[in-house]
Every structure is written in structure tokens, then in C-alpha cells.
Design a protein around this ligand. Structure first.
Ligand SMILES: NC(=O)c1ccc[n+]([C@@H]2O[C@H](COP(=O)([O-])OP(=O)(O)OC[C@H]3O[C@@H](n4cnc5c(N)ncnc54)[C@H](OP(=O)(O)O)[C@@H]3O)[C@@H](O)[C@H]2O)c1
Length: 174
């Protein structure tokens, strides 16, 4: 994918690892397939994409932004594999910041509640409880995340190895 992209555009300035699989994993019934899907998209792919992109990002002094989750550092009950995968991504963010310095900056955005899963994972009461637990008493929107990603990609030349929570203050008192 990275090779195709560089052939087409001639350069690479940034990598945003956003793609993710999200579903609950009940202890006692976690399968290898669950692990592969959750760890594959949330942890493994960002590493191998960053590795493939690194030589090109070094040339342009580009940046990597990983889209994590506040539950990477404060696990959500019932989602152990997803949370552990995001915790891995948080660790990877800091490790890659070291590995790719000084040419490439690596940071993460950790969203709180932004867009509810469409599969009914969170019922109305749970959604309200989560919103009540934010300091700003509302969900965020995708533009909140996009603005933060753009900031870390292009507007923060002296920031690397950081994880920015964009969560209406939910993680401040979880
Ligand atoms: N929504 C929230 O409130 C929230 C909260 C915290 C963190 N986040 C994080 O924010 C990011 C975006 O979340 P979202 O809510 O926008 O997710 P989403 O609507 O579920 O979209 C996920 C995207 O990832 C792609 N994807 C999943 N597995 C993939 C795979 N194996 N290979 C390639 N693409 C794959 C999906 O592609 P297909 O459509 O083709 O399957 C989809 O485009 C994620 O990293 C998520 O963990 C979101």
C-alpha cells in the first residue's frame, strides 16, 4: 500500500492509523479470531504501516498519528482485547517516537465518546451515563478528532511521543 502510494504521489508526508475493529469480548469466550481482528487492526497494522512508511516519512520530515482510545489506558469492562490492543498502540506511539526521531514525529489522539457504534453495543441508558461522565456533558463529533489529528500532523512541530485525549474531559475523572 505504501509503495503504491509513493509511486502515485511521489512522496509521503503523514500516516494516520485510524482503521479499527471494535466489539465486546466476554471473558471465557474470547477466540483466536477475536484476537486477530482486534489486535490486527488496532495494534499490528499500525506498526507495520509505520515501518513501511518510515523511510519515506524520514525524507519529508513527516509525522504519524495513531487514533487510540481513552480506554487504552483506562479499560472498559467487557472489552479486554480491544482495550489491550489500544494500550499496545499507546505504547507503540511512544516507542516509535523514539525509534523514528529526530526526523519523524509520532503521536496519538485518544477519543472519548464521539460516535456510538451502530450495532447497539451501548443502550440508551449506558450512553446517557457515559455522557454524564464527561465534563462537557456531551459527545464529541468527528471534526473534533479530525482537528486534533491535523494539529498533531501539521501544527505541532515540537510535539512527539504524546497521547492527546479528546474526550470532553471523561478521562480526567474515570
Ligand atoms: N467512535 C468513537 O466514539 C470512538 C471512541 C474512541 C476511539 N475511537 C477510535 O477512532 C477510530 C475511528 O473510529 P470510528 O468510530 O470512526 O470507527 P468505525 O466507524 O467503526 O470505522 C472503522 C473503519 O475501520 C475500517 N476497518 C476495520 N477493520 C479493518 C481492517 N481489518 N482493515 C482495513 N480497514 C478496517 C472500517 O472499514 P470497513 O467499513 O470497510 O469495515 C472502517 O472504515 C478508531 O481507531 C476507534 O478505535 C472511536
Amino acid at each position: 500500500m505504501v509503495e503504491d502510494l509513493v509511486q502515485r504521489f511521489g512522496r509521503l508526508d503523514g500516516l494516520v492509523n485510524n482503521a479499527s475493529t471494535f466489539f465486546a469480548t466476554a471473558m471465557g469466550r474470547i477466540s483466536g479470531r477475536d484476537w486477530d481482528a482486534l489486535v490486527g487492526s488496532n495494534f499490528k497494522a499500525p506498526l507495520f504501516l509505520a515501518q513501511a512508511a518510515a523511510p519515506y516519512l524520514k525524507v519529508t520530515r513527516g509525522a504519524v498519528v495513531n487514533v487510540s482510545d481513552i480506554h487504552g489506558s483506562r479499560p472498559l469492562a467487557g472489552f479486554a482485547v480491544y482495550c489491550a490492543a489500544k494500550a499496545g498502540l499507546d505504547g507503540l506511539t511512544k516507542a516509535l517516537a523514539i525509534e523514528l526521531a529526530p526526523e519523524v514525529r509520532v503521536n496519538a489522539v485518544a477519543p472519548g465518546p464521539v460516535e456510538w457504534p451502530e450495532d447497539g453495543t451501548f443502550d440508551t441508558q449506558t450512553r446517557q451515563e457515559i455522557i454524564n461522565h464527561t465534563l462537557l456533558k456531551r459527545t464529541g463529533c468527528s471534526a473534533d478528532i479530525a482537528r486534533s489529528v491535523l494539529f498533531l500532523l501539521a501544527g505541532a512541530p515540537y510535539v512527539t511521543g504524546q497521547i492527546l485525549a479528546v474526550d470532553g474531559g471523561r478521562s480526567a475523572h474515570l
